[in-house]
Design a protein around this ligand. Sequence first.
Ligand SMILES: [Zn+2]
Length: 149
Amino acid sequence: MRCPYCGADDTRVVDSRPAEGGSTIRRRRECEACHNRFTTYERREYALVVRKRDGSAEPFSPGKIVSGVSRAMVGRDVLPGSLEALVRTVEGFAEEHGPEVSSAEIGHRVLEALRELDEVAYLRFASVHKEFEHAVDFEREVAALEERT
Ligand SMILES: [Zn+2]
């Protein structure tokens, strides 16, 4: 597992415990080079399928949500662990409504969770993923945000 701080390949597991009722293993790892610590989660593989707008399907991927949401969160000050919590929320939704969910539903859940977390990240994600039906909705959201700040 590569260190997210310095990119070194040598990291060791310092703690390992079951999470989420045993469906996940949470591991704390420490980088041998820079000694920073980070967390990884090991999960079973999903049988969940996401149906995209063009009709094609792909396996549900928490990693995709993580990368999309991480991009929206760049430079934002959010509590450690909030990204993981968001992904778990969306996963929970997908498992409840699976085995097939639409990409629009997933996007909607991500947006709902992001909105609670950070308004700027929420708007960035919304604009990138075009989850708003009309441009005017997006403009209304921006205006509403600016009024409050
Ligand atoms: Zn490192």
